[in-house]
Design a protein. Sequence first.
Lengths: 95, 95, 122, 122, 124, 124
Amino acid sequence: MTTLHIVRQSAFTTSDFAQCLQTVKDSDCIVFTDDGCYNLTHPCIKQLSVQVELKAIIEHVNARAINLTNTKATTITMNELVALTFQTDRVITWQ
Amino acid sequence: MTTLHIVRQSAFTTSDFAQCLQTVKDSDCIVFTDDGCYNLTHPCIKQLSVQVELKAIIEHVNARAINLTNTKATTITMNELVALTFQTDRVITWQ
Amino acid sequence: MNKLAVVITTPPYSNLIITALNYIEAALHSDIELIGVFFYQDGVLNANSKVQLASDEFQTIKRWQALHEQYHLPLHLCITAAEKRGMSDENDADNLIHPAFTISGLGELVELSTSADRLVQF
Amino acid sequence: MNKLAVVITTPPYSNLIITALNYIEAALHSDIELIGVFFYQDGVLNANSKVQLASDEFQTIKRWQALHEQYHLPLHLCITAAEKRGMSDENDADNLIHPAFTISGLGELVELSTSADRLVQF
Amino acid sequence: MTLHQPNKSLALLNSKAPYANNAGKDALDIALVFGSFEQATALFFQGDGVYQLMQGQDGDIISVKDYLKTFSAFEFYDIEDVYVCQQSLIERGLASDFHIEQVQVLNQHDFASKLTTHSTILRF
Amino acid sequence: MTLHQPNKSLALLNSKAPYANNAGKDALDIALVFGSFEQATALFFQGDGVYQLMQGQDGDIISVKDYLKTFSAFEFYDIEDVYVCQQSLIERGLASDFHIEQVQVLNQHDFASKLTTHSTILRF
């Protein structure tokens, strides 16, 4: 039983992602959309002790010129986000 | 030349107050309104090394049942906030 | 077939709404059944038929209307939230609510929530 | 006499607007000259004459209108921001902009900014 | 009722303080409607959302209609599951002085576990 | 011009990232109008606002009209003072690769000092 977390806000500006991190569990999946993509370069991502998948919408990363080189994240399309909605058991949107 | 800082957001939720603290100078005045009143109990207020006056709108504090006992803040009325607008040299609203 | 419902709480003049629309279009093009969209909080402003955007900006409102016409996608508007934001459902010239949207209440959200396999908020 | 101008960027259905109104009323009752209020961003929604609030809720819109009538307080509406949010200034039945508000542009903000001793944002 | 599905349940995750905006009221309205349709509904309070539960508040002082009083109607709507994040309380220096009875304080792990037992989660 | 007051100047303090909302565009519109009225105007970037200055961005990819391109018109409007908070850059791991020329990186103290030389400050 896994949860899909959709993170839409910058952790540099709001506490939404910090609250997400309090809730995330092993085998969950976090998808960064919109300004949430900035979180891939936020120090708090290194606090993640659980095994979660980190993904980001490719257009949202590219529009913002975010460099994913030193991150563990992979990019996905919107079609893949739709598929993930049903590959997991529930969704929480952190916005 | 002093600045009046009007802080309207909770530092537990947004980074507005953290940015205010980067900007505040000796003899400035910080007035907490609305959810900004919660900041009087936030740990970051102890980081304030400069000499600033801390004030909060009395109705906003009372509606939220915030206990000011262990804080350095005093409560003011809206009339006093209007007066402060002209006792200082400029205003920044952090919202 | 997997059933999806979407709750929209984002206003049309925020660019975050584009992500919601792209997600919904992707769902409509997949093998998922999108049973309805529920508009709540500032999301109800998406039903405002009078929004004027510069022609070179993203045409949010028109895109909702097109999705309704093309896919018969049910667009449910929480009328309490709409009235609070100046959009009434009186049947007169002042009616700002585009006919693509159905006047609904929170009971419709119960219906969507119980019928769908997943409810996603944007 | 000290001159004050206020910029409103808060929408009427946020309770933060009550603070702005209380500040403005306090200024009007003091020995300060409030030369005008400029509505920008979501603040333009305060000019929507069709907002229906429950009678036991704070009547934001009516209070702006009362301030205008009682004190002749100039209420300047940025029309670009208003149109983006579905409020046009066409002279017909669809006109949602309450007559207490003056159709303005950012040039008016320049005027207020240069004339006032303090410009405060809420 | 035809709408009843035993395996479905709704969690409302509250993250906003009570008075500055209407998020808490908007979540409450959903809780009451789901309750009246006999849908299993639970309320979770995290971050600044925990302020919604604190005793002694009074929105009337700032002209805000105080929806927090409606929380006492939860039992009437068969809403029994109200959970608050202990860490959020600690971060804010708040004691467990709540204005309703049935609040359960959960540590971070239990809060996350309880939240994710629900099939649908809306956050306000 | 009659509107000209030598002791008055406007600072626009930008705190939001460029694409999710219109705050940056709303501030830019003010800057250009004040510039066209020959009012002294300066732009400050702090917090996530610093992202507005970074090179290589392209809103077209996400269907957002890219107002950042208009920054290159600053010189035409006599807007010469563009300041960015060094600490905000460091926190985000960003180098000083800006898409316009005249950006001045200031440490926290100098940023605050420069900001508070202005008589009017609007924050977006």
